[in-house]
Design a protein around this ligand. Structure first.
Ligand code: PMP
Length: 452
């Protein structure tokens, strides 16, 4: 018998074969659409990532509402993936749907602001504590633009990231540490620049390495998630951010916190909850209730430096912004979402359910004495295939196992439960119920029992 992460791997493979058959049998319409899609969609999907799910063919959605969705074959699912955070506050929130419909009838994009822009910026300043804001269409773009402002404001070229980070498909950050050395990510397609030239990378939670990377005074900014969430979750050790912020200040390096996922921590993100003081902050995905948009904020000092850089620059295109940025539809969606959906009440519900979920998963793991653990950042929960939580990107990377993830994810999907296709992240939204969390925990337990 071969074992993997404490389970019987032969049994897991047998179970996988059975689960594939079960998936296929219950989804003839999805199978038919997948066959048709192969003719005109490259890779058979509108975005090639949609091939990364654990399913034998693409699962087609008919409708999504609140915490659940229905596929084109009439199967219903509780959604713990929630569009990998885009729908973190529920699918199609009614206030956003209403605002979008009303705004669409009054015009969608003019390359001029609507009044909503003023309301949204005022609200962002109140929530996140940074006084000035700009907009983008995606978190990727917001990060790209934040980096441009940071380099322009400091006159420095180097960028620093943590090993195993993800900030969207912004090229600069795809440099990994392999055996302690920076290496450009080999899987990047069509990338012709040597990214290592301007990107430095150190392990998360390693203050000595952070200082070594900063001390020549050439690093414009550190771009980081306050807790890593994209290589499995990695939490900052106690005191890490206080010391890291002090190092950034000492060496004149700006701190950009990407809160796109850690907005799960609370109304003001991880930053507010833990009293951090970044120079810039980036948020994307759920900000417009699923309507494409992103935001990035500036401290008063950083805003002044950015404006000065623009004033002193050669007149012409800054390389920052896109035509549809800050369009009236996105602004209306953000206003409704911030005012009526991303509320204290919504967070309170999500926190309670995430606690229930984490406790339930931990109980199953303990009952079966599995060498797994559970990590949580507010409304975001993850089970990981290691006995103690990883401390950095290398440790987190070492325990990723996509074969194993695919088997668990497909097993859950066949029981009407969707979780994020990358690693094992689970989100709850304001409409998720106690019974749905119990259902997830029971299915997780049933999976474990079948592969012990
Ligand atoms: N930042 C973080 C922390 C993310 O997790 C992601 C996406 N997973 C992004 C940025 C990029 O978001 P988008 O794909 O919407 O541009």
């Amino acid at each position: 018998m071969s074992t993997r992460h404490g389970i019987n791997w032969d049994k897991a493979l047998q179970l996988h074969a059975a689960e594939r058959q079960r998936f296929i049998a219950a989804r003839p319409q999805s199978q038919q659409l997948s066959a048709r899609a192969d003719q005109h969609l490259l890779f058979g999907v509108p975005l090639h990532w949609m091939d990364d799910w654990s399913t034998p063919f693409t699962l087609y959605v008919k409708q999504a509402q609140g915490a659940s969705f229905e596929d084109v074959d009439g199967n219903r699912y509780v959604d713990f993936c929630l569009g990998d955070t885009g729908a973190m506050f529920g699918h199609g929130p009614a206030p956003v749907a209403r605002a979008v419909a009303a705004q669409a009838a009054r015009g969608i994009t003019t390359m001029l602001p609507s009044e909503d822009a003023v309301w949204v910026a005022t609200e962002l300043a109140r929530r996140f504590g940074l006084p000035y804001w700009q907009f983008a269409m995606t978190a990727t773009d917001a990060n790209r633009f934040a980096l441009r402002w940071a380099r322009a404001a400091t006159g420095r070229q180097q960028l620093l990231v943590f090993n195993g980070c993800y900030h969207g498909t912004i090229d600069d950050v795809f440099v990994d540490l392999v055996d302690g050395k920076p290496v450009q990510r080999a899987s990047l397609l069509g990338q012709v620049y040597d990214l290592k030239q301007y990107t430095r990378v150190v392990e998360f939670n390693d203050l000595a390495a952070l200082e070594a990377a900063l001390q020549d005074g050439q690093v414009a900014c550190l771009l980081a998630e306050p807790a890593m969430t994209n290589i499995g979750m990695v939490l900052p050790e106690s005191g890490f951010w206080e010391a890291a912020q002090a190092l950034c200040r000492r060496y004149g390096t700006l701190l950009i916190l990407d809160e796109t996922h850690t907005i799960s921590t609370g109304m003001g993100g991880y930053t507010r909850a833990h009293g951090l003081t970044p120079d810039m902050m980036v948020l994307g995905k759920p900000m417009g209730g699923g309507v494409p948009c992103a935001v990035y904020g500036f401290s008063a000092e950083m805003a002044q430096r950015a404006q000065q850089a623009k004033r002193e620059a050669v007149p012409g295109h800054s390389g920052i912004g896109t035509t549809l940025t800050a369009n009236m539809l996105a602004m209306a969606a953000m206003r409704a979402n911030l005012a009526e959906v991303m509320t204290e009440q919504a967070y309170a519900h999500m926190f309670a359910l995430a606690e229930q979920l984490a406790a339930g998963l931990r109980a199953v793991i303990a009952r079966h004495a599995l060498p797994w653990c559970v990590t949580q950042v507010g409304a975001r929960t993850e089970f990981q295939f290691c006995a103690t939580p990883p401390r950095n990107g290398s440790e987190a990377d070492a325990i990723l196992d996509s074969d194993m993830e695919h088997i668990i994810h497909l097993f859950l999907l066949n029981r009407g439960l969707l979780i994020t296709p990358f690693h094992n992240m689970l989100l709850v939204c304001p409409q998720t119920t106690v019974a749905e969390v119990e259902q997830l925990v029971a299915a997780f337990d049933s999976f474990v029992q079948q592969v012990l």
